[in-house]
Design a protein around this ligand. Structure first.
Ligand code: TXA
Ligand code: MG
Length: 339
């Protein structure tokens, strides 16, 4: 039987829905929860059996660690072992509640499976009122990956969750579309230096205003490398190729190809190709908001191929470009010869 989909308006969360979600979570069930980034697939983070069922429902490898969600800093001692190091404290003060995940020492009461056996755990305090209310009512930290099947596109609407996981979970709480539209920024620490493991809704440039920060360098950062960062991810299920910003496809071969680009910048296209804009490159927040919905619907009329153009922009453009390049298996075509 498909999971019930319970409406819960963001500006006025329904106490009956919140309590039902909380009681399913306390009992070890799986609940899809709206957050400000994407919908999460929540389970009781301190219940090893509940945590295991997340991996089963998603078809997610056990080597890909989960983020644990708390309702306030006061819940952090249940998840994190010891005090926050100074840069983590500064970032939590600046961005929580909000779309920032901090990777910190895991408390012994958190099952090792949550963080794939690693001594560090990702923790975040979401700002979405529904997520906040559900975690508070459950009274326990909630482990929640994005509520999609492994390797597929993250859900930014309850209908996306229902389509992919509706028959595998207990409940879906529907608070409408997520505001940010891309996942949280994941930050680890190397002494006093913050290291961005995954670009996300909070841009690197904003973090740099608070602490020393750099992006992960996969050649030298093996020790803090972000597990679960598969090269093929966020995938629309139709062969997808990522191309550089400003790509010129005019002389590519004809075919049933969908080209995803930017409003007002439609390039000359070969026969049979069709253009779908992500939005205007001048409004990257709006592009992030709609990104996964556009990718999800890029397969209508069954193209044989999807081509997605990078923004080439800094700020939240880094997160958008990260997801677009993973949708194309992390290969980026510079010219028609690379297609
Ligand atoms: O916005 C978000 O972060 C959403 C919402 C639901 O909160 N969650 C989310 O979870 O994106 P997920 O499971 O799709 O991505 C979690 C990623 C892992 O794949 C890994 O890259 C990183 O976060 N991560 C989690 N725990 C980690 C750890 N202990 N060490 C390093 N990286 C970790
Ligand atoms: Mg995910």
């Amino acid at each position: 039987m498909p999971a019930p989909l319970l409406p819960c308006p963001t500006d006025n969360p329904d106490p009956a829905v919140i309590e039902r979600a909380a009681s399913v979570l306390r009992a070890g069930g799986l609940v899809a929860i709206p957050t400000e980034t994407v919908y999460g697939l929540g389970a009781h983070a301190l219940d090893a059996t509940a945590v295991a069922s997340i991996f089963t429902a998603k078809g997610r490898p056990s080597t890909d660690p989960l983020i644990v969600h708390i309702d306030a800093l006061a819940m952090a001692p249940q998840v994190v072992d010891g005090d926050f190091p100074t840069p983590a404290r500064i970032l939590a003060d600046a961005y929580w509640p909000g779309p920032l995940t901090l990777v910190l020492p895991r408390h012994p009461s958190v099952p090792a499976a949550v963080s794939s056996g690693l001594p560090l755990v990702g923790v975040r305090c979401p700002s979405h009122p529904t997520a906040q209310a559900i975690i508070s009512a459950a009274g326990v930290p909630i482990a929640a990956p994005s509520a999609n099947r492994f390797g597929r596109i993250s859900p930014t609407r309850a209908s996306h969750v229902a389509a992919e996981l509706g028959d595998r979970i207990d409940l879906i709480v529907d608070s409408g579309p997520c505001s940010a539209g891309v996942e949280s920024t994941v930050v680890s620490f190397d002494g006093d230096m913050a290291v961005v493991l995954r670009h996300g809704a909070i841009p690197l440039e904003s973090i740099a205003a608070h602490v020393a920060v750099r992006s992960i360098d996969t050649t030298s950062d093996a020790a803090i490398a972000s597990p679960g960062h598969d090269e093929r991810h966020y995938s629309p299920g139709i062969p997808t190729t990522t191309v550089i910003a400003g790509f010129d496809p005019a002389h590519a071969p004809p075919g049933n190809v969908r080209y995803l680009g930017y409003e007002g910048e439609e390039p000359e296209l070969p026969a049979g190709w069709s253009f779908v804009p992500f939005g205007s490159r001048r409004d990257l927040d709006a592009i992030a908001h709609d990104l996964y919905d556009v990718l999800r619907h890029a397969d209508v009329a069954a193209p044989t191929r999807i081509i997605a153009e990078l923004t080439g922009e800094a700020g939240i453009g880094r997160a958008i470009d990260d997801r677009l390049s993973r949708a194309g298996s992390s290969r980026i075509a510079q010219s028609i010869a690379d297609l």
